[in-house]
Design a protein around this ligand. Sequence first.
Ligand code: PLP
Length: 439
Amino acid sequence: MWLPFTQMKDYDENPLVIESGEGVYLRDIHGNEYLDGYSSLWLNVHGHRNEEINQAIKDQLDKIAHSTLLGATNVPSILLAEKLVSLSPESLKRVFYSDSGATSVEIAIKMAYQYWQNKGRPEKQKFITLQNAYHGDTVGAISVGKVDIFHRVYKSLMFESFVAPFPDVVHHSDLSTEEEVRDQALSELETIFQEHHHEIAGMTVESLIQGAGGMNIMPKGYFKGVEQLCRKYEILLIVDEVATGFGRTGKMFAVEHEGVQPDIMTVAKGITGGYLPVAATLTTEEMYEAFYDDYTSLKTFFHGHSYTGNQLGCAAALANLEIYERDDLIGKVQKKVDIIKSLLAPLKNHPHVSSIRQLGMICGIELIEDKDSKKSFPWEDRVGYWTTIKMRELGMLTRPIGDTIVFMPPLATTEAELQKMVTIMTEAIDITTKAAVGV
Ligand code: PLP
């Protein structure tokens, strides 16, 4: 096999083969158990082998596993679309399915592009994105992605997008307040809009927090400011809720924190509780109508995937979302957010932890060589990576982003399990950073 986002030489040195899972634990073929500290890459919600989701998949399997959504529809995909529209912001009324976060973004980009053509404004063809954005790995999604280490090799393959600065409060000069960082970023965004709005179709933006770009949280008011500028300059607001959707940030969708109403919103990952590959691109009725016409107008959205609207996946998603409602999961997440906050607090004093960023149950713990001089560890030393390998030895899985350790446990993780996870993480940080500075 050839694994995604993996240097296979690393894997061969530290292989891992998972055989089963139960709750927030994963078990490998040797019987070792690991706490799932990254929700199996930001997906899992209720833990592994949840009986209700398993049963919903089995029940659906007895009816049918899959039939195409091209020119036909099916029962669970209709029910799920209704559910998604009822849960999402008021502006969103239509659901286009696919099977991964990247495809949901790819679809959003193509829809926005074609929308302006269908509306008779074909000059609006470009996109604008934020520095350090990550929206998935297909060619359209990387064209609005701006994480240098992932994207630079594909430069000549991608279409060019405008890039606005991300209001990075943590890595900004100490002299700037949060408000100054926010206002400066909004003003630079407006300058680009003023000059180029006539050629910009849409702006892609991760909802409130950039994930793979480093777990950076927007200062209060920035996201709302982006929405207002998009409206003012007639630029479609494409919000990526792939990582943040379904309760991770303490709200069903992160847009709710600032009352943002997207023109397009992408969801994936947690939609099925982390069980099956389903994604969706939600749009306004206005966008939908711009494609609705006689076939000969050629306004059809010519895009689709074989497994779009897969019945097993939609049945899993429906069961997943039922548990949210029945168990008031979002309400419970609020309590866990506070527990995580207090569990992580002592790490602030660690000599090699420079910042702890938390939005709901999404956390990034950034490691640094020297706090006073703000000197980073040499990137080739891969201190973040080795910390996660040490965590694995101690019984917990996660993946780093550079020297930032991602901590994103399943929403159902209990207080005792959260405590165990943080204990392991602290020990691994301690051991690895000490070794890195030669203590
Ligand atoms: N968008 C965001 C914000 C993400 O964090 C990710 C994945 O981490 C994606 C898109 C891509 O999702 P997928 O890996 O399902 O293609």
